[in-house]
Design a protein around this ligand. Structure first.
Ligand code: PEP
Length: 255
């Protein structure tokens, strides 16, 4: 049976257009005969159209790294969900911790962004949640995850097959080179799953939600994440910037 897991590359603001195009081509070649699970790549905004052309007729989907909640208007610098669809995106990261840290995004904004994304038929939000080091150290992680999910998703009406991906990304693990212990990720995913079950009911959660992990995953530590409960895939930053390394990570998860 084909895996229903997903592996998503987040290239952040790490590559210019030429480097992005080069990496997208390398990934296309590397994954040529790869037909397991789902793969998506999230380059920067200015590269979306070019990467979209490269990924055309492949099994690799295109994603963006951010979205604004309004549809059209005087919102200098912003890009709407329908514009992302126009650019060929099937996924968009919402509320990444780097945006929460550097651009003061909060879950009220994230909630509006998710709503705008869900209004597009074929666009799936990748909603980032996760505790910081202080919250972990003081044993507040469970509450933080519960609270972030409540703020981000309360009151949303999830209809039909609309998908939502929750990316559990402990902030202290992102870009640190050290991933969380797999058992700890499994525990956090269970908390997320139980919270979602409570909010939307088990049937909707099973049908419409995926819970993925992100934070310093690489080809060395990925093995610990292959058989965890409630682990539907990965969001990969640094390790997705090299085609061979990304291939190793993806092929360990998508079987
Ligand atoms: C991320 O920022 O979403 C991420 C997972 O980064 P890294 O893999 O580099 O920790």
């Amino acid at each position: 049976m084909k895996s229903d897991k997903i592996v998503i590359a987040n290239w952040k603001m790490k590559l210019n257009l030429a480097q992005t195009v080069d990496l997208a081509k390398k990934i296309k070649t590397k994954f040529k005969n790869f037909n397991k699970g789902e793969l998506a790549i999230c380059p920067n905004f200015i590269s979306l159209l070019e990467v979209g052309k490269i990924l055309k007729d492949t099994n690799i989907a295109l994603g963006a790294q951010d979205v604004f909640w309004e549809e059209l208007g005087a919102y200098t610098g912003e890009i709407s969900a329908s514009m992302l669809v126009e650019a060929g995106c099937s996924y968009v990261i919402v509320g990444h911790s780097e945006r929460r840290q550097f651009l003061m995004e909060n879950y009220e904004m994230i909630h509006k962004e998710i709503k705008a994304v869900l209004a597009q038929e074929d666009l799936t939000p990748i909603v980032c949640i996760g505790e910081n080091w202080e919250e972990r150290k003081t044993d507040r992680r469970d509450f933080v995850l519960f609270d972030q999910l409540q703020q981000a998703l309360s009151g949303l009406n999830i209809v039909g097959d609309q998908k939502i991906i929750i990316a559990y990304e402990p902030i202290w693990a992102i870009g640190s080179g050290t991933a969380i212990e797999p058992a700890e990720a499994e525990y956090a995913h269970k908390i997320i799953k139980l919270t979602l079950n409570d909010m939307f009911g088990m049937k909707t959660v099973d049908n419409n939600f995926k819970i993925i992990y992100g934070g310093s995953i690489n080809s060395e530590n990925v093995k610990g994440f292959t058989n965890l409960e409630n682990m539907d895939g990965l969001l990969v930053g640094g390790a997705s910037l090299d085609a061979n390394e990304f291939y190793k990570v993806a092929s360990a998860i998508l079987k």
